[in-house]
Design a protein around this ligand. Structure first.
Ligand SMILES: Nc1nc2c(ncn2[C@@H]2O[C@H](COP(=O)(O)OP(=O)(O)OP(=O)(O)O)[C@@H](O)[C@H]2O)c(=O)[nH]1
Ligand SMILES: [Mg+2]
Length: 345
């Protein structure tokens, strides 16, 4: 059977919303009732004559705890009435002090404590707002997950097409191509596996500089081109020149409609990364900066790093998509971006 919610947050969200909205309805009814009564009833000064002990459940420590409630007396037409305050507290008013009650002129026995009723109303509104906000935020996580699943469903069954080592081997296609570039070991292959929801589509390697070819992957309505990494120190000068020529040829023929330029969130862009985006900029090839390996930094450190990466690339911090192929952070934003790119082509 298809699951109603993909995550536990979905259930928590719905329960939170139901409680929140239920409390809101009750709070509105309670406040309206109090206001109506307050309008019709007559306010009078009552005297606290006794402090009653109220046994309640102790939600913090379990078992029971004791609170106190004022018992008051008020006199209407020579007749004295007694009433216990519905709301109890640890600090009741003293015996002999005064409290305002409002009684029904038709039946003076009926009365309520206006200040307690208004306090309860405010408390219920605050609690209902809390439950509604918590429920909505949990539910938004579920909605996000569903949106992501929907987008991922479109990229299901991504297939490796071919590898190209030279210009002649570049593929000819009608489909839009999104190229992935970045320095060796930045996480390009892992990023592709995250986006295509496949574990081993692109080969992930611990040794930098493993991808020396342009690897193509068919993702249904578009193609991903995994470009060979750059900036690996132990690569020979000859290899570097070969790489530069391959990239020149790739971009010269407008082989990609968009480029995801990856950089490690911990270190920010290297001189090579900046040179790469300068090149894309001058050749009018649209690109998006993707910061990788976000799981390696704390949230605060990511915030600082994104600012400094944005400064280095001379772009806005919001233009950078922070991702982690380990935690799938940022996948929803990447999928949204892909949809936007495809809809603009
Ligand atoms: N913690 C963490 N490690 C990552 C992440 N992405 C990639 N890695 C690791 O980084 C290393 C390189 O990842 P790859 O995806 O092969 O990087 P690449 O850019 O394709 O590397 P080349 O093809 O050699 O240029 C591997 O050990 C991955 O497991 C990430 O988001 N988080
Ligand atoms: Mg790779």
């Amino acid at each position: 059977m298809k699951k109603l919610f993909r995550r536990r947050e979905g259930w928590v969200g719905v329960i939170g919303l139901v409680i929140g909205i239920g409390m809101l309805v009750f709070a509105i009814w309670y406040l309206t009732d109090t206001l109506t009564k307050d309008d019709k009833y007559i306010r009078i000064e009552a005297t606290v004559v006794e402090i009653a002990t109220v046994r309640t459940h102790d939600s913090e420590h379990g078992g029971y705890k004791y609170l106190y409630a004022e018992v008051v007396e008020y006199t209407v037409d020579g007749k004295t009435y007694r009433k216990q305050n519905n709301s109890s507290s640890t600090h009741p008013k003293k015996v002999g002090s005064k409290m305002t009650v409002a009684y029904d002129p038709q039946n003076p026995k009926n009365c309520f404590f206006p200040s307690s009723n208004y306090t309860v109303s405010v408390l219920m509104f605050v609690l209902s707002a809390g439950f509604t906000a918590a429920g909505a935020s949990c539910l938004s996580i579920e909605v996000k997950e569903r949106k992501m699943e929907k987008s991922l469903a479109k990229i299901q069954n991504a297939q490796f097409i071919t590898s190209a080592a030279s210009k002649e081997q570049f593929i000819e296609t009608e489909k839009p191509v999104i190229a992935i570039c970045g320095k060796s070991n930045v996480g390009k292959s892992s990023f592709i596996n995250m986006v295509t929801n496949r574990k081993k589509l692109a080969k992930v390697s611990k040794d930098p500089g493993r991808t020396r070819l342009v690897n193509y992957f068919d993702c249904g309505n578009f193609i991903i081109a995994d470009l060979p990494g750059y900036g690996y120190a132990s690569v020979s000068k000859q290899e570097k020149l070969k790489w530069a020529r391959l990239m020149e040829e790739f971009f010269a023929e407008k082989r990609a409609q968009h480029v995801f330029a990856l950089c490690d969130v911990r270190h920010g862009p290297t001189a090579d990364d900046l040179q790469m985006t300068e090149y894309l900029y001058h050749n009018i090839i649209p690109f998006t900066i993707i910061a990788t390996k976000a799981d390696k930094l704390s949230k605060a450190a990511i915030g600082r790093q994104v600012q400094s990466i944005a400064t280095a690339y001379k772009c806005g911090a919001d233009d950078i998509i922070v991702t982690s192929s380990q935690t799938r952070q940022g996948l929803d934003k990447v999928l949204e971006k892909i949809e936007l790119i495809l809809s603009n082509i």
